[in-house]
Design a protein around this ligand. Structure first.
Ligand code: SF4
Ligand code: SF4
Length: 293
């Protein structure tokens, strides 16, 4: 089962929920940090890293001797990453999205595969859980290709296992391309929100953005007791099940700020997260049954 922990905005407690679930999941699980621009899951799970590799993206490399300056490549590129000016051809690697189209349309075979470094993928273990994270190179703007590579690696690693672990994806905040790329491979999307006007606004955005993927969604309300009941009304209107409420509590904020895993910080929170894990697992099992019926 693949579960994305997402939110319409940063700071709602997404990583707190992911780390807390990973620590008490109760069956094989891998926690995957897809918030590649600002990965911080490792700060809570303290994984033992066992390896890392550079993540690369293909970009065009021009063999100028072969180029006839026909402009087919620059006309094809939607991202203005190649320009042909009279008898000069220029590439702008930072604008390239790595689609490979220019290589295919070049009639002279003048474009070969180069690469640029997107970032790094690291893996290891955090207690009994597996751990994988992506980290975007400083100055790199394009996180979706790195997110896709992290997800691909997790699936490759699980391919030959008899019983692959469940996957907990800590998605990037927001509803733009990185967040959509992070959740599109999951079976269930858990939206973390808070009962404030900002919280409900961003929950609406996230629900709308992810609805088109037709994936089951559920909600965790963080800082419950703060603000008003608009979040609850919205969930009722949209039939979004609320699977857990994490109270607005100074002790939780203090423990989280100190880098603690909240499901391990008190018996009360352990129960909240064990119940949440059980409900997500039951939800996943019921979806499987529906699919197989
Ligand atoms: S690989 Fe795609 S995005 Fe990059 S330069 Fe070629 S056509 Fe443009
Ligand atoms: S398509 Fe090939 S031959 Fe034509 S301008 Fe581009 S690199 Fe040169």
């Amino acid at each position: 089962m693949k579960i994305s922990i997402a939110s319409g905005k940063g700071g709602t407690g997404k990583t707190m929920v992911t780390s807390s679930l990973a620590a008490i999941w109760g069956r094989p699980v891998t926690a995957v940090d897809l918030d590649v621009e600002e990965p911080n899951l490792h700060l809570f799970l303290n994984p033992v890293l066992r390896g890392s590799r550079e993540a690369l993206m293909e970009i065009p490399e021009i063999t100028k001797d072969l180029c006839t300056y026909c402009r087919k490549c620059s006309e094809f590129c939607q991202f203005k990453a190649i320009a042909v000016l009279n008898k000069a051809i220029l590439t702008f690697p930072d604008m390239c999205h790595g689609c490979g189209g220019c290589m295919r349309v070049c009639p002279e075979g003048a474009i070969s595969r180069g690469h640029r470094i997107l970032g790094e993928i690291s893996w290891g273990t955090a207690g009994s859980a597996g751990f994988v994270m992506g980290r975007l190179r400083v100055g790199e703007a394009m996180s979706p290709p790195l997110i896709r590579q992290v997800i691909h690696q997790v699936h490759e690693d699980a391919r030959f296992l008899n019983s692959p672990p469940d996957l907990l994806f800590d998605a990037p905040p927001g509803v733009s391309c990185p967040a959509v790329n992070a959740v599109m491979d999951s079976d269930i999307i858990v939206l973390v929100t808070e009962p404030t006007p900002f919280g409900v606004f961003d929950l609406r955005l996230a629900h709308k953005a992810f609805s088109s993927m037709d994936k089951p969604m559920c909600v965790v309300v963080n800082r419950a007791g703060l603000g008003n009941d608009e979040v609850y009304q919205f969930c009722k209107e949209e039939n979004l099940p609320i699977l857990a409420e994490i109270p607005f509590d100074r002790t939780i904020a203090r423990d989280y700020a100190a880098g603690q895993i909240i499901s391990q910080s008190s018996l009360r929170m352990e129960k909240v997260f064990k119940d949440l894990a059980r409900l997500i697992q039951e939800y996943g099992a019921s979806l499987k049954e529906v699919r197989h019926a």
